[in-house]
Design a protein around this ligand. Structure first.
Ligand SMILES: NC(=O)c1ccc[n+]([C@@H]2O[C@H](COP(=O)([O-])OP(=O)(O)OC[C@H]3O[C@@H](n4cnc5c(N)ncnc54)[C@H](OP(=O)(O)O)[C@@H]3O)[C@@H](O)[C@H]2O)c1
Length: 324
């Protein structure tokens, strides 16, 4: 089985990693479908409407058309599908979980549904901190591995560590750096091998399109171990004003996550993961990115330099740019 020239469906294709996968696939001339509830803001490969919580949106993707949602009329759906020609058949799918602790259920249902529509390869984005059989993506990981061991699917699981992009794109970090010159965590001095979403996407593209599927898990780690204190020091240097790392308790971080709109139980899981970092949970690196892609993994400093404007605007507006 091979998926080299077959269309790839990227679930979560408008997000941090999915959008990068979609643009890398498109630049290689590989037909790509981006799936999410909201269309991408910029022009991109074909977008299809997809909602984990609305199975009504699943079938049309495999029929070569995209639905709107439960609430739209058949006529609206017809119009929409006419304007969105979709290549077929889909042979490989990138899976990004919804932010819900019960997200494994629709994911497993969807995998079975897609298999019944002829999909051969599934590549799951999990996390470095979630083992096969663990919560959410862990259950999906175990399911794919089991199907793979029975020879029923080609599969792969990417287990990336914490993204470099979090610091510039997640509102909690972006806003506190911009307006308070602070970065909050519950990690104390724990180190993380921060990984670039570009590198995760490059590994994902290989997993989705290579002649041979990984049929294993890959821990996707960045090239250097940095604590939040060291991230704050680097940002201080890059931005020319003092950025301070504020260490929170697990409970304080959980509250902070919910203030930024994260569902309560999910916030509890996220703050537990972050607290584990202080005990060394992420204190390792590896050569997966280089061995899979042949390209050295990107460093945090280079990323931070390339996006530094996102942290500057608020202080410029307040007229205190560049003060330490
Ligand atoms: N950030 C990290 O440091 C890190 C580290 C390791 C693993 N991870 C894992 O990576 C995943 C997130 O990846 P990401 O950061 O690339 O994504 P992201 O930027 O958070 O984007 C999420 C994507 O999923 C879509 N989506 C959300 N809810 C959906 C739903 N109910 N139905 C269909 N689509 C939905 C979103 O589009 P719509 O909202 O328009 O539908 C969007 O395209 C999570 O599973 C996270 O645990 C993150």
């Amino acid at each position: 089985m091979t998926s080299t020239a077959s269309p790839v469906l990227v679930l979560g294709g408008t997000g941090t990693v999915g959008s990068r996968i979609a643009s890398q696939l498109a630049s290689q001339g590989i037909p790509t479908l981006i799936a999410s509830r909201n269309p991408p803001s910029t022009s991109a490969p074909s977008h299809v409407n997809f909602d984990w919580d609305d199975p009504y949106t699943w079938e049309p993707i495999f029929l070569g058309k995209s639905s709107s949602s439960k609430s739209t009329t058949a006529e609206q759906d017809q119009q929409r599908s006419k304007s969105q020609p979709v290549p077929q058949p889909i042979k490989s799918i990138y899976l990004i979980a919804p932010p819900s602790l019960t997200g494994d259920r629709p994911m497993i249902e969807f995998i079975d549904f897609a298999r019944s529509r002829g999909v051969q390869r599934f590549i799951l984005q999990s996390a470095s901190s979630i083992e096969a059989g663990g919560p959410l993506m862990g259950k999906v990981h175990a399911y794919l591995r089991e199907l793979g061991q029975r020879g029923e699917v080609e599969w792969g699981v990417l287990r990336p560590t914490w993204f470099q992009q979090n610091i510039a794109e997640q509102p909690n970090h972006k806003e506190s750096i911009r307006s308070e010159s602070k970065i909050y965590s519950a990690t104390e001095g724990g180190k993380i091998p921060w990984v670039s979403a570009d590198d995760i996407a490059s590994v994902a593209v290989r997993a989705l399109t290579a002649e041979d599927a990984p049929n294993t898990e890959w821990m996707v780690l960045g090239p250097e171990l940095l604590s939040y204190d060291e991230i704050a020091e680097m940002l201080t240097d890059i931005l020319g004003r003092k950025i301070v790392h504020v260490d929170l308790s697990s409970a304080e971080l959980e509250k902070r996550h919910t203030r930024f709109g994260m569902p309560e139980e999910y916030a509890r899981m996220m703050s537990a993961m972050e607290t584990a970092i202080k005990f060394g949970a992420e204190n390792r690196t590896n050569d997966v990115i280089f061995s899979v892609t042949g390209v050295a993994p990107k460093k945090f400093r280079d990323y931070a330099m390339s996006v530094k404007d996102v942290w500057e605007t608020r202080l410029q507006e307040m007229g205190i740019e560049g003060k330490a």
